[in-house]
Design a protein around this ligand. Structure first.
Ligand code: AMP
Length: 282
């Protein structure tokens, strides 16, 4: 496994590989790696000749400075994990390398950023688009892998790839969960043991809704159920639960509409913000 900190060194290596018509797969991450990230690497290893994983905690996507500072970082351990998982190339740039000048680009997401994460974290998706488009330009992968865990992010990346004609295939990978059902997340490491155990209730609630989908008559009814299960008394602070169309992210007119619907949730527990989602129709 080769590790590069600069764009020049990385591109040098990639140029050598691409001479022999190599397909490069790309997995962008913010580090603090877990099995969820590794599932993306595994998918790439099945399809591509070579996989580049990037580790960069992107400051422009954090609307909350405190969240940026507290974001878990452990590059040495990440490199060990990637080496044993058979990763070929790791790109670990510093901030100056990615942003030699401040990035002032403002992206149009066709309204996809007006709901859920976009509403709760102003500027978040613009920062995501800034870093992802820069990384795409640097790595020039044929495929890039993203998790359904960040469902709205996936929809937005698919949108900008189309809108800005970026020549990359986006591969979506399923959510990897702990045995308790809790969606794996770098942020889980910030939960104390009891909050981590409690947090498994989030996915239990989502899967209950999926199992009983036909017995709910409206989104409001679902929201009431979620709010009743994840209460302040039990240590949860529910930010939102929404049901949206998989592509447009618009709320359905009715639960019976035959379009793909996803239930998305953001909840605070023990000072940590967790997101999760479930596709009701797949
Ligand atoms: P992050 O390091 O949190 O920015 O995540 C990097 C990539 O890993 C994103 O495409 C995430 O959607 C994906 N990812 C994070 N957690 C999971 C998970 N539990 N299952 C699948 N993919 C995940």
């Amino acid at each position: 496994m080769k590790v590069f900190n600069t764009i020049a060194a990385l591109q040098n290596e990639l140029a050598l590989l691409k001479r022999t018509s190599f397909n490069v797969g790309f997995v962008p991450t913010m580090g603090a790696l877990h099995e969820g990230h590794l599932s993306l690497l595994k998918s790439s290893k099945e399809k591509d000749h070579c996989t580049v994983v990037s580790i960069f905690v992107n400051p422009t996507q954090f609307n909350d400075k405190n969240d940026f500072e507290k974001y878990p970082r452990n590059v040495d351990k990440d490199l060990e994990i990637l080496e044993s998982a058979g990763c070929n190339i790791v790109f670990v740039p510093n901030e100056k390398e990615i942003y030699p000048e401040p990035d002032t680009r403002v992206f149009d997401f066709g309204g996809l950023d007006q709901v859920m994460e976009g509403q709760c974290r102003p500027g978040h998706f613009n920062g995501v688009a800034q870093v992802v488009t820069r990384l795409f330009k640097i790595v020039k992968p044929c495929r890039a892998y993203f998790g359904y865990k960040d469902f709205q992010q996936l929809a937005i990346i698919r949108f900008i790839v189309k809108k800005y004609n970026i020549p990359v295939e986006i591969v979506a990978c399923p959510i990897v969960r702990e045995s308790t059902g809790l969606a794996m997340s770098s942020r889980n490491t910030r939960l104390c043991e009891s909050d981590r155990a409690k947090a498994s209730k989030i996915s239990k609630v989502l899967f209950y809704l999926k199992d009983r989908y036909n017995s709910f008559h409206s989104v409001k009814e679902m929201q009431a159920y979620v709010a009743g299960e994840l209460t302040l008394n039990d240590g949860f602070d529910l930010e939102y639960f929404e049901v949206v169309d998989e592509e447009t992210l618009l709320p359905p007119d009715s639960l019976q509409q035959p379009v793909s619907k996803v239930g998305c949730i953001a909840v605070w527990i023990g000072g940590v913000r967790l997101i999760d989602n479930v596709n009701f129709l797949s």
